[in-house]
Design a protein around this ligand. Structure first.
Ligand SMILES: O=C(O)c1cc(=O)[nH]c(=O)n1[C@@H]1O[C@H](COP(=O)(O)O)[C@@H](O)[C@H]1O
Length: 233
């Protein structure tokens, strides 16, 4: 199946498989990828991946693994064995954890994209201070992105507000997957570091993760179409 030529990843943040599939019934796998996160996966198990693959979708399995190296390597291998397009870990798990995950994929010649979460887009400076990081989010994102890159990651999850700095630091081909995307008219919800879809691509994001602005819209297809229009696609 040809890879979709789109930066859009729709977050299927639903409490059950039926609701997620009702949404994907209305999406076209040529126009977007989909993301399965903790809630949906914990409720539905790997079956959700089988069903989405059968419908032609490439899947980002967003379970943000963060554990000792051996455990994370096994979890990343299991995700890749399910045939997902992308999987993620927390860069805060450190170099040995990320290297172990990369090595496990290489040993098995598995080509799933492996990326690391830097600083969650729901966090602002004061949240970092509370966990002992007395830095601006950008400084911590740069620190973790550099570590992720030299630990063998294909890219990072960050806010689009940091994408330009990471393009300079890590290059164009290093993936910058950016949630916290809010079309001009929508609310920020619990996100703190947001940009619009067009601003995010302009800033250097390679992929845009979009959840509620599409999934909670009264007409999700119209919302997706408006984003595509904004991106001139
Ligand atoms: O890894 C992620 O996808 C992620 C990282 C991050 O820093 N912030 C973030 O919002 N996400 C995910 O991106 C999606 C954003 O959804 P909305 O805020 O509804 O657009 C959710 O599924 C989050 O779990």
């Amino acid at each position: 199946m040809p890879r979709p030529d789109t930066p859009l990843i729709i977050a299927l943040d639903y409490p059950d498989l039926d609701q997620a599939l009702a949404m994907t019934d209305r999406l076209d796998p040529a126009r977007c990828r989909v993301k399965v996160g903790k809630e949906l996966f914990t409720r539905s198990g790997p079956r959700v991946l089988e069903v989405l693959h059968a419908r032609g979708f490439e899947v980002f399995l967003d379970l943000k693994f963060h554990d000792i190296p051996h455990t994370v390597a096994g979890a990343v291998e299991a995700a890749a064995d399910h045939g997902v397009w992308m999987v993620n870990v927390h860069a805060g798990g450190g170099r040995r954890m990320m290297e172990a995950a990369r090595e496990r994929l290489e040993n098995r010649r598995l080509t799933t994209h492996l990326i690391a979460v830097t600083v969650l887009t729901s966090m602002a400076r004061e949240d970092l201070v509370e966990i002992g990081v007395d830095d601006e989010p950008l400084t911590q994102v740069e620190r973790l992105a550099a570590l992720a890159q030299c630990s063998g990651m294909d890219g990072v999850v960050c806010s689009a507000q940091e994408a330009t700095a990471l393009r300079a630091l890590c290059g164009d081909t290093f993936l910058k997957v950016t949630p916290g995307i809010r079309p001009s008219a929508s609310s920020g919800d619990d996100q703190r570091r947001t940009l619009t879809p067009a601003q995010a691509l302009e800033a250097g994001s390679t992929h845009l993760v979009i959840g509620r602005p599409v999934t909670q819209a009264s007409d999700p297809m119209a919302a997706l179409g408006a984003i595509e229009h904004e991106l001139d696609r």
